[in-house]
Structure formats: C-alpha cells, structure tokens
Design a protein around this ligand. Structure first.
Ligand code: FAD
Length: 400
C-alpha cells in the first residue's frame, strides 16, 4: 500500500539518490550481475542496432527467440505478458512501498476491433487496480483507442465527413467508458501524450472528461510535455479553465519522447518547430511547471514522470519548503520499470509516493517498446551509461 496519510507535516532532508544500497536492495547478486550484462550489451550502439534488427527478423520469421528475449531485456523492462504475471512485479515493488501503473504496451494496431480490444484491456487494468493500493493509477495512450489519422484530422479542425464524425463518436465513447470505469473504481487514469499534431483533440477530450469526473478529486489526468515551448502556457490556461468550471486539474508532467519525429515533421512540412530550442529550455520549463503546480495544489494533483534527478529533487525540495508531508496524496513521482531505480527506491524509502510504469504484453508485441528502451540506454562508444554506472557502483559496494 502506498503511503497517503496527510496528517504528518514533518519534512525530511532531501533523499540521497545516489544510495545504491537502497536502490538495488530488492535485487540479488545474481540479478544485479544479469542487469549489468544487459546494460553492457545494450550500451553498445553496434550490438543494439544489429540486435534490434535481428530480433525483429527472427520474430517475424517465427524463430523461437521469445524465450531469450523474455529472460533478458523483457525481464528488465516489462512486468510480464499478462496482468496476472505483472501482479508479481507489482507485489515486488509494493514490498519497497512503490506503486505499479499497469501499461498495456501493445502498439500500432488501429482497426476498430483492436481499438475495442485495447479498451477492454484497460478496463481489466482498472479492475485489477480497484481496491489495491499498490496499483495507484491506470494509463492509456490515445492512439490505443483512436486511429492516429482520425486524431490528426480532428485536431486540425475543419469539415468532417459523416463517416469521420461517426468514427470520432466511437472514439469518444471508448474514452468515456475508460474514464467512467476509473471513476466508478476510484482509480485515477493517466492519458499519455504523443505527437503534437494529435494533441489538440486529446486535450479537448481529456479536459471534458476532467470536467465530468474530477469534481471531488483528480481522477482523469492529462499529460503535459514540457519539451514543447508552448506547453507551460497550456498548463496555465487549462488550469484556469478547470478553476473557472470548478473541477480538479490532474496532470502528468513529462519532458516528452518524440523530439526527433517532431523536428523532422516540422522541417519536412515547413512549419515552426514545436520543440524547445535546447535541452536547457526543456529543463527550465519542466521545473517551472513543477513550481506552478505546487503553488496551485489546492485544486491540482500531479504525477512527475521523469528520470531527471535534479527535477525529482527540486520537487522534493519544493514540497519541504511548503511544509507538505512527503506522502502528500496529490503528488506522485513516477519512473519506468527497470530504469532509474535509484530515484524510485530512494524517494520511496524517504516516504514519498512513487509509482512505476510496468509495461506488459506478449513478448512479440512489446518489442517496439523494448527496442526504444535499448536505444535510449545506448551510449556513445566507451562511455558508461547512467544505469550501468549505478549497477557497477552497487556491485563494488557489495564486494567490499
Ligand atoms: C512515468 C513516465 C511517463 C511518461 N509518459 C510520457 C508521455 O505520456 N508522453 C511522452 O511524450 N513521454 C512520456 N515519458 C517520457 C518522457 O517524456 C521523457 O522522454 C523521458 O522521461 C526522458 O526525460 P526525463 O525528464 O526523464 O529526463 P532527461 O534525461 O533529463 O531529459 C531528456 C529529455 O529532455 C528533452 N530534450 C533532450 N534533448 C533536447 C534538446 N536538444 N532540446 C529540447 N529538449 C531536449 C527530451 O524530452 C528528452 O526526452 C514518460 C516518462 C516517464 C518516466
């Protein structure tokens, strides 16, 4: 169960995020060694590039490599192939006070029956979370329940054919089913953010869902990507709309995951790049968003989805400065399974609310997700990646 008492107002010194003993306490020596080998391999750009390609080919040819993938990279970054399998991961995280956000990570299927299947799966995650403190949120991706091109078309505005209008009605009904179920189960639901060109439709619908279901507390959360230069302004404007209409504003703050794609499309189509000019600008707006939210917590709830240590510590510091208990129920820190355990476990040990995205799905279907994680952890030749560095530090500590 995640700590959520709001009675205590004690503040603690900032947690030490470099404490690898706490970060890896749940990992045996053998598990640590396996994680080291994995990060060594995926840290090599050549191996990762060739390996990703070979894995795709092998799976497409139905060669029996699922077992190998499952025992290695899948084990590091995924909870299991099904909700039931992932519950074991949830229990393991819960033993360290960390919550699980079951993330059905099957991508790229957009026929109507696949979209309906995704809704059924998200409803099952809500059912699994109901009454279970160790699963404090559910999540879905807009493109899991609506076709990308549909979202793009609606976002662009303009005339809709009757067929498009009918398809849009079906997509809206899917979102309503999920949000209604989340409300009925009293399990907050996060709406992930994807590409900027589909976000207007997502924002409009998510705010409509908030207006309906967030009267007493935040059940529906939108995601704000601060790598976009216009999103701090959006955060303020959307919050003002929530205040005017009298509902709680739920928001997950992230930097954003589609930078190259955004820049390439803007250049190809000749419109202004929606992304910040540099990393420092993304960092500045992310931290400003944290500050803004903390100043307006009376009618807001936030999830800080980040692997950035400075931003995580800033949020912890701001909470302390405002006299908030570390376990304030309106604030949750969040990282992905298998990454930044130093942040998750040390914050949790210091009494903060932490929940990890736990991706799950059949090995073959979560492969795009795994390849993204591998690429993200690939470092320039000769450099030790951050995750690998932490693992090595812990192995050295244990060897003493
Ligand atoms: C729990 C969780 C949920 C998430 N949900 C979503 C989601 O719904 N939608 C989504 O898009 N992403 C999501 N992400 C991914 C997130 O957006 C980031 O891509 C990822 O977390 C890396 O950013 P960071 O804050 O962890 O840290 P850092 O490593 O400090 O930041 C890296 C990020 O900075 C930005 N950046 C890097 N270089 C530049 C540059 N030159 N110019 C401008 N900006 C730059 C990019 O956004 C990059 O991803 C989620 C992440 C987590 C942990």
């Amino acid at each position: 169960m995640l700590p959520t008492s709001s009675s205590a107002t004690t503040t603690h010194p900032l947690p030490d995020l470099s404490d690898t003993r706490i970060a890896f306490a749940s990992k045996s020596d053998r598990e640590l060694w396996q994680a080291q080998q994995l990060f060594r391999i995926i840290g090599n750009p050549t191996i990762t590039g060739v390996g990703s390609w070979l894995t795709k080919v092998a799976l497409a040819l139905r060669l029996p490599i699922s077992g190998l993938v499952k025992a290695t990279i899948f084990k590091q970054f995924c909870g299991g192939e099904t909700i039931t399998e992932s519950l074991a991961t949830a229990r393991r995280l819960a033993a360290s006070g960390i919550g699980t956000i079951l993330d059905h990570s099957v991508e790229g299927q957009d026929d109507e029956s696949s979209l309906d299947d995704t809704v059924s799966e998200v409803l099952r995650t809500i059912e699994a979370a109901k009454g279970r403190g160790e699963i404090p949120f559910c999540v879905f991706k807009p493109t899991g329940i609506a076709r990308m091109e549909l979202l793009e078309q609606v976002s662009a505005g303009g005339e809709r054919t009757p067929a498009i209008q009918a398809e849009w009605q079906r997509a809206m009904a899917r979102m309503e089913r999920i949000c209604q179920a989340a409300f009925d189960a009293d399990v907050p639901v996060l709406v992930d953010a994807e590409e900027s060109w589909i976000q207007p439709a997502v924002d409009e619908r998510t705010e409509a869902m908030m207006a309906r279901f967030n009267r007493k507390r935040a059940i529906v959360y939108n995601t704000v990507q601060l790598y976009r230069h216009d999103r701090l302004a959006y955060l303020r404007a959307a919050h003002a709309r929530a205040q005017a209409a009298g509902y709680h504003f739920g928001v997950k703050l992230v930097r954003g995951a589609y930078m190259e794609k955004e820049r390439e499309r803007a250049a190809a189509k000749g419109y202004a790049d929606p992304i910040q000019p540099d990393k420092a600008a993304s960092d500045r707006d992310y931290d400003s968003a944290l500050r803004y939210c903390l100043e307006h917590l009376d009618d807001m709830a936030i999830v800080a989805g980040t692997h950035n240590e400075q931003s995580s510590l800033l949020l912890a510091r701001l909470m302390g400065e405002r006299g908030l208990p570390n376990n304030d129920p309106r604030i949750c820190f969040s990282q992905l399974l298998g990454m930044s355990d130093n942040i998750s476990f040390n914050l949790s040990a210091a009494g903060y609310r932490v929940a990890k995205y736990v991706p799950y799905g059949p090995v073959r279907e979560v492969l795009p997700y795994l390849i993204r994680r591998a690429n993200e952890n690939t470092s320039a030749r000769g450099q030790t990646g951050r995750e690998l560095g932490l693992i090595l530090a812990e192995r050295r500590r244990r060897a003493k």
